[in-house]
Design a protein around this ligand. Sequence first.
Ligand code: GLC
Ligand code: CA
Length: 545
Amino acid sequence: METSDAPVKPGPGEWWQTGVIYHIYLRSFKDTNGDGVGDLRGVIEQLDYLGETLGVDALWVSPFYPSPQKDCGYDIADFTAVDPLFGDLATFDELVERMHRRGLRLIIDYVPNHTSDQHSWFVEARASQDNPKRAWYVWADPKPDGSPPNNWTSEMGGSAWAWDAATGQYYLHSHYADQPDLNWRTPEVKEAMFDVLRFWLGRGVDGVRIDVAHMIMKDPDLRDNPPNPEGAPSPFDLQHPDFSAQRHVHDRRHPDLHGVYREMRALLDAYGQERPRMAIGEVEVMPWDDWIAYFGAELDELHLPFNFGLIETPWTAPALRASVGALERALPAGAWPNYVLGNHDRARLASRVGPAQARVAAMLLLTLRGTPTLYYGDELGGADAPIPPALRHDSLGRDAARTPLPWTGGPHAGFSAPSTPALWLPLAPDYRAVNVAHQRAESRSMLALYRRLLSYRKATPALRVGSYEAIDGGTEQCYVYARMTSTMRLIVALNLTGEPVEVRGRAWAGGKIALSTYLDRTESLRQDTLPLRADEGLIVEAPHQ
Ligand code: GLC
Ligand code: CA
């Protein structure tokens, strides 16, 4: 399968450029065996919803591997199997087969930075200091006073080092202590983890979402991170409680990781001779110049480093315009943009921007230049759910954005059979009104808006592959931009406020409103003012200039 042919350079119009990715948090998508936890069979059962009703192009499915579930499956005990909680390999193969038959692509989670402490590699590694697997993880002696080897902090808070009394050393865990970090400087680790990729690519997956892609290499000398005097915590970032107290120059983003991604790209490209394969990396928000490095100097690393810029951007027209503009300017020629507004580690979109602006957000996400990733449930406008302390799974509060998808207003919201004793997390309290069945029947629901935006995008080359240009007619209240091909010019105007506004400009005179976020108007525009209602977004088909 693998050859040494020249790297496959993406042409314009690859599926991961023109398509829309839907992020399935598997535990909460659809349960088919009555245990209250979503499963792979549930995805198979809802392919009509995903491919036809909604009309997305690719699914990113969160981890389904055997795991003690200390970090909801991101603590993996076996990289090449399916946890019985979610199904089995035969069900996985069936999912791939059925998706491909419909032209849907599958992206799986690939977690290279760490394993579960129950993984056989770690069980061996911690057996003794001279165990052959010892060097597969990052071990270090204590300081003379017995304290951890350096000041690195875990993403979950506290020191990143756990004391192993039996062998008298600390091991590194950039997340929970149950998730020891692999040592990618050990050649056998790289080989074993590349074998994991070969396993899944051989089973037909179209892409991998690389968990904490910026973390796999660390300073080999384990130097202390310098303090960060300006560090201000982000209110939206549940996952990095004391993150900004340090400048993470030694425990993350080590330049040596780029060599790994170049090799990984060659491996993906080798499989790509048969069918294109891609890698999308979870890369934290960082200065754009550092972020673009993940594409590779020759565009020979990740196809897409996730762009979380908009999640961190204040919800105002000038800030959004600046964030998109900064990305557009930073992108190297040939690199493809992407946008994310919802994620299983963040507060829900509708809770961050409010229910009215969530409709504007939908239009923004699906009309910018670049691949959108849509988080499950955001298509209903679902908000964060309150989770009573006794029912919490996650110490960082991330459960609130991970509740079971409400399919109906019936028992267990149609997520599980009525006889199911309990769901793994409670439903959002408003599920009787906010659910798929209800919103399918309502012509102006949030789901109706997403469906319309997705089908419009699919049918409109200016949105899929056209250029982007911010338009000055945008005001403090409105973010206005154009998407263009040689034959079509679209204007997107988004009112980021709860007050009606008018934007002026010649760009749309003689044009026609193709879509309002209220789904209630499609009129021709005679003058050069564009009136927007409170919290309204519009797509205008403008005369071509
Ligand atoms: C990523 C995942 C997050 C997980 C962490 C550790 O950030 O998105 O859910 O806790 O990695 O794997
Ligand atoms: Ca189940």
